[in-house]
Design a protein around this ligand. Structure first.
Ligand code: PGA
Length: 256
């Protein structure tokens, strides 16, 4: 496990103006910049990356991207490569978010994106998670398959550039059916570590940070951070609300 908690804000397709984006980012930075025990990453829409990157001071609060292309140099209208992200100073890229998978992104596309990302020295935040839970536990098999196919072909030497975010689809976003319990998350963080250890060997596998994401807010953050053996959080809606996000960061830092 990492010493620092990794807290990633996923802004998705928001906010609507660069002005608002700057204001929210500056607000978050003023808290995140003080916290020694937290690595904060704000994954912003591509259009804001360049401007917000200029507001980054130090290493405690940086910007990230929400997707990347696996293509290299050929013409690909609308795509953004890992090299371009690297060249604007991005270090973290969310890959395989369930909202992209819902649009048809496959595990093998995710694997290609992860490889393109880690080869450029960037950190790939790979999202996995089941849509539903069933009583016979087949969701664990689903997540295991997602992990093995989404990381297929990633050489062991790049493993220190991989983070896993467990995000059960039923607990994400406005359409969330319910919040995941700490037991739900603990069970899966242990399960995911075991799968990773089987894939990459005990030492390397266990060293991969495992985050939780899905309806994390200022009220439930304490139990997720302290009761689930996770290395951090992927936060959607609450990452656009500076005061809620500040509480999440403070809790992750161990302040409350
Ligand atoms: P949420 O989103 O925190 O708004 O549920 C999490 C995510 O989709 O990454």
């Amino acid at each position: 496990m990492e010493d620092k908690k990794i807290i990633i804000g996923n802004w998705k397709m928001a906010p609507k103006t660069p002005r608002e984006a700057k204001a929210v980012f500056q607000n978050i930075r003023s808290t995140a910049g003080k916290l020694r025990n937290v690595q904060t990453v704000i994954a912003v829409p591509y259009v804001y990356l360049w401007e917000l990157k200029k507001l980054v001071t130090g290493h405690r609060c940086v910007v990230g991207a929400q997707d990347v292309s696996f293509e290299k140099d050929d013409p690909h209208t609308g795509e953004v490569s890992a090299e371009m992200l690297k060249n604007v100073g991005v270090e973290y890229v969310i890959i395989g978010h369930s909202e992209r998978r819902a649009k048809g992104e496959t595990n093998s596309e995710v694997a290609n994106k992860v490889l393109a990302t880690v080869k450029k020295g960037l950190v790939a935040v790979v999202c996995v998670g089941e849509s539903e839970r069933d009583d016979d536990g087949s969701y664990t098999t689903f997540v295991k398959t997602q992990l093995s196919e989404s990381l297929e072909g990633i050489p062991k030497r790049y493993i220190d550039k991989v983070i896993i975010a467990y995000e059960p689809v039923w607990a994400i976003g406005k359409k969330a059916k319910k919040e995941a319990t700490t037991e739900d998350v603990l069970e899966m963080s242990i399960f995911i570590r075991k799968v990773l250890a089987d894939m990459f060997g005990e030492r390397k596998g266990i060293s991969i940070p495992v985050l939780y994401g899905g309806s994390v807010n200022q009220k439930n953050v304490f139990s997720y951070i302290n009761g689930c053996e996770i290395d951090g959080l992927l936060v959607g809606r609450a990452s656009l609300k500076p005061s809620a996000f500040a509480t999440i960061l403070e809790v992750a830092n161990g302040n409350t």
